[in-house]
Design a protein around this ligand. Structure first.
Ligand SMILES: Nc1ncnc2c1ncn2[C@@H]1O[C@H](COP(=O)(O)OP(=O)(O)OP(=O)(O)O)[C@@H](O)[C@H]1O
Ligand SMILES: [Mg+2]
Length: 237
């Protein structure tokens, strides 16, 4: 469903940030993308909807990411950015949630019904008519996640979805992720969440894939994690 083949990227004038990244996420598989600060997780996610242009090949639902196909690719990919301030741009939460679906042809009523269901699933219906600039950081992150879910994308990319969430919202997010039968790539330092939601993990360091395997194997491997500036999930200590 999502294939990275020999993906390389450098920011202008910089050294390589991604080097020959190769792995695939199968249909309905949930994969955790882990690695220290600066490992290249966000950069890799940004290459999928073409926010950054990498060399190598990225394929989403059989469509190769390239300039001519960007609109098709973006229709299939939902992307929760690391910073929700960069994602929410309409006045109210509900406006953001229906913007994409209405653009893709739903009526306002249909889009609102779809949005209301997502809000209810996440337990945040109270945010529906709130102004984006008047909600807290964690509320904004939940709203950003809801906005992407309301698009019903084939593939979901999430960058640090649980950061700044309180335990109740974090649990609601985890339960929602677990319930969704969707292809997901989730970049996070919250290894407990990854352990709870993903079946596979890809470990990046210095832009290279260091390990790719079962969650149970990689997240239990103290030596491997510590060699790459990570720690065992708290629940395994
Ligand atoms: N806009 C940019 N211009 C130049 N270099 C950048 C830019 N954004 C990121 N980098 C560099 O690219 C490397 C990878 O950054 P990236 O944001 O992908 O890391 P990350 O794994 O997401 O880290 P974190 O866990 O802190 O979110 C880092 O060395 C970073 O300094
Ligand atoms: Mg990042």
């Amino acid at each position: 469903m999502l294939i990275f083949e020999n993906v390389c990227f450098s920011y202008p004038g910089g050294s390589p940030v991604l080097e020959e990244v190769t792995f695939a996420v199968r249909n309905a598989e949930k994969v955790g993308l882990i690695g220290a600060n600066g490992a290249g997780k966000s950069t890799l996610l940004k290459c999928v909807p073409g926010l950054l242009t990498a060399s190598g090949k990225i394929t989403v639902s059989g469509i190769e990411v390239c300039r001519e196909k960007l609109a098709d690719v973006r229709r299939k990919v939902g992307y929760v950015l690391q910073d929700p301030d960069n994602q929410m741009f309409m006045p109210k939460v509900i406006d953001d949630m229906i913007f994409g679906p209405v653009n893709y042809g739903l009526s306002r009523e249909e889009a609102e019904a779809q949005a209301d269901k997502v809000l209810e699933d996440l337990g945040i219906s109270r945010l529906r008519d709130r102004y984006n600039h008047r909600i807290s950081g964690g509320e904004k992150r939940m709203a950003a996640i809801a906005t992407v879910l309301a698009m019903e994308p084939d593939v979901m990319l999430m960058d640090e979805p649980s950061s700044s969430l309180d335990p109740k919202n974090r649990r609601a997010l985890i339960n929602t992720i677990k319930k969704l039968d969707k292809t997901m790539l989730i970049a996070s330092h919250d290894l407990d969440m990854i352990l709870d939601t993903c079946s596979r993990v890809v470990l990046l360091d210095g832009g290279k894939v260091i390990a790719d395997g079962e969650c149970g194997d990689i997240l239990h491997d103290r030596e491997l994690l510590e060699a790459h500036c990570l720690e065992l999930p708290l629940s395994l200590l």
